[in-house]
Design a protein around this ligand. Structure first.
Ligand SMILES: [Zn+2]
Length: 597
């Protein structure tokens, strides 16, 4: 995989395509800048109107910058503080709105026991208007004072919580999501009186249980269906709350050194809010969306969204486009950071809950092979509908049976006129399979042969490692998380985190990609991992011609860390992002340094 990408160390490489009179420029210096994962570092880089103009020695690049300034170009200098700059890292698979929603839920995963639990909720309640629901999630896990699952539920009741937090309804879900603790206010709002004895635990929700004490009073512990009934009483977040939390998600991602994300399952209501937020002047984070939801099986909806971004599909009428993310006019008015990526379809579930569709039964559940969510015919129908609207598909496939179904469908489509016929309507993004976690040996090579892009999340391999062998059996492990075998070139592999399932931290993703190897395979090299996290993700959205490397003419999207992301694996965990530059603009700088002017 991969090869050396030549770079000039000592001479300035110019953007020959640069035409019109430049208006503003950024000079990055005092750092080490890799223009690709395979390039030796250079000293300085000049971006003009958001695009890389040249890079090379400090003297040469600074001289070019001064010449531009003399001609009336506004020049900004970005001091890299000795940091290491690389082509902007992008998360190839995440969920912005789920990340935003997680901020509204109290994280109780490291909670030590009942007392700690109550104090944390009380602290949050202090700053929250009375009557507002408080949600929490994750208690009862590792480190909880009572180790046993039943013990942890039995020793808890609502009394302490209700005393300390009387004015807010509270619902706190256990780590397994099958049990929750509610306080008095929450119980009362569900019509459950914690003071009245003689209640029947099963009548509130037939598919669940309200735990009661010796005289039949609800203890506050709710199981399954009963939990769901109470959760359904919580009012949905307002649009203003959603927007506020999405802006916070944007800031968190930029601060981790990410310049863009692929938002992997975006419904109509989510898209509408994203369109508004991405039009805000300081949004900056590039977002490519893959449409998802019941509306995506409607031809009209797909054509309408496509027309909103790119103008009407040939042969159909539509309103004038909002303007897709593009290179922009090269001036002060930046193009929208929002782009239409394609269409997302789920084919199976996850390995953890044994929902992933396998060819042979689970090793630890001989009667189960998981679940396929579509028939092959229905899948092809949905894929063709997408292609008619010019939308490239991304199929969620985790088990080997789901992956085979995805590959079969793609192979059929490739001989289809919809894909081969009209180049004007053919999507810029490649056909993708998301996760590609478990593959039969004969299917591994089909990714390379067919040119299918695998969107993989290396951190899953580390998180799933404790139970993976037990669930799959030794034989299937050879085709599990086998990233190095899914692509002939790391630039065709798309790395992501699936945030908020895993942390959106790119250094963790890089570290996982470099440390995990399927039996009989090898881990990715540092260069391959970096290439797949930058160029690979840009390419998977159809943007490889202008993103993913810091070549003259490309978008000046740059991630800067306080150490070399190609450095030793055991040092990656100590590095952090210091600067994030999107289209030549400094959009994040670590607080330890002075703020940009
Ligand atoms: Zn996902």
């Amino acid at each position: 995989m991969g090869g050396q990408y030549p770079v000039a160390m000592d001479k300035v490489v110019m953007d020959k395509a640069a035409g019109d009179k430049p208006r503003w420029a950024s000079l990055l210096r005092n750092g080490r800048i890799r223009t690709s994962a395979f390039a030796q570092p250079v000293e300085a880089l000049l971006a003009v109107d958001g695009h890389v103009r040249c890079c090379g020695s400090d003297g040469d690049v600074a001289g070019e910058a001064r010449a531009l300034a003399r001609n009336g170009c506004k020049l900004e200098e970005i001091d890299l503080d000795g940091g290491w700059a690389v082509p902007g890292l992008r998360d190839g698979h995440g969920h912005l709105e789920l990340l935003a929603r997680s901020y509204a839920v109290l994280d109780l995963r490291d909670c030590r026991g009942p007392g700690d639990l109550v104090e944390r909720v009380a602290a949050l309640a202090e700053g929250t208007p009375p009557g507002t629901w408080i949600r929490g999630r994750g208690w009862g896990g590792e480190g909880w004072e009572t180790a046993s699952e039943h013990g942890a539920v039995r020793e808890l009741d609502h009394h302490d919580l209700s005393r300390r937090v009387p004015q807010h309804p509270v619902l706190l879900t256990r780590i397994d999501e099958h049990a929750a603790l509610a306080n008095r206010a929450a119980l009362l709002s569900a019509g459950l009186d914690p003071d009245s004895p003689g209640q029947d635990p099963g009548t509130f929700a037939p598919d669940g249980r309200v735990q009661v004490d010796g005289v039949g009073r609800p203890t506050g512990i709710l199981l399954d269906g009963a939990l769901a009934r109470v959760a359904a009483l919580i009012p949905p977040e307002s649009r203003a709350q959603r927007a506020r939390n999405l802006r916070r998600a944007r800031a968190e991602l930029l601060a981790l050194g990410l310049v863009g994300v692929h938002d992997m399952a975006v419904g109509a209501a989510q898209l509408e809010l994203l369109e508004e937020l991405c039009d805000e002047e300081d949004w900056a984070l590039a977002v490519s969306v893959w449409l998802w939801g019941p509306e995506t099986s409607e031809r009209e909806y797909l054509a309408e969204v496509r027309a909103r971004f790119d103008g009407p599909v040939p042969g159909q009428s539509g309103r004038s486009p909002r303007g897709n993310e593009g290179p922009g006019d090269g001036g002060t008015s930046q193009a929208s950071p929002l782009a239409l990526g394609g269409l997302k379809i789920f084919l199976d579930g996850a390995l953890g809950s044994r929902g992933a569709a396998l060819l042979e039964p689970y090793a630890d559940a001989p009667d189960e092979t998981g679940l396929l969510l579509h028939t092959p015919e229905e899948l092809l129908r949905r894929l063709r509908l997408g292609l008619e609207a010019g939308l490239a598909p991304a199929l969620h496939a985790i088990g080997d049976r789901a992956n085979r179904m995805a590959l079969d469908a793609y192979e059929t489509l490739m001989s289809d006129d919809l894909w081969r016929g009209s180049a004007s309507r053919r999507p810029a993004a490649p056909m993708r399979i998301e996760h590609a976690q478990v593959l039969a040996a004969e299917d591994l090579a089909r990714f390379r042969r067919l040119g299918i892009t695998a969107g993989v999340q290396p951190a899953f391999a580390l998180s799933d490692a404790p139970w993976l062998a037990q669930r799959l059996g030794a034989e299937r492990l050879a085709g599990a998380y086998a990233w190095s075998q899914l692509a002939t070139d790391p630039g065709t592999l798309c790395l992501g985190s699936d945030f908020p399932v895993e942390e959106p931290a790119p250094l963790r993703t890089l570290g996982a990609a470099r440390s995990w190897a399927a039996p009989g395979a090898r881990a990715l090299t540092p260069e391959e991992a970096l290439e797949a996290h930058s160029l690979g993700v840009a390419r998977a959205a159809g943007h490889a011609s202008r993103r993913g490397r810091l070549k003259p003419g490309h978008d000046a999207d740059i991630s800067v860390f306080d150490g070399d992301p190609l450095g030793p694996l055991d040092e990656l965990g100590q590095l952090s992002a210091t600067h994030t530059v999107v289209r030549g603009r400094l959009v994040y700088r670590a607080v330890a340094h002075s703020t940009p002017d």
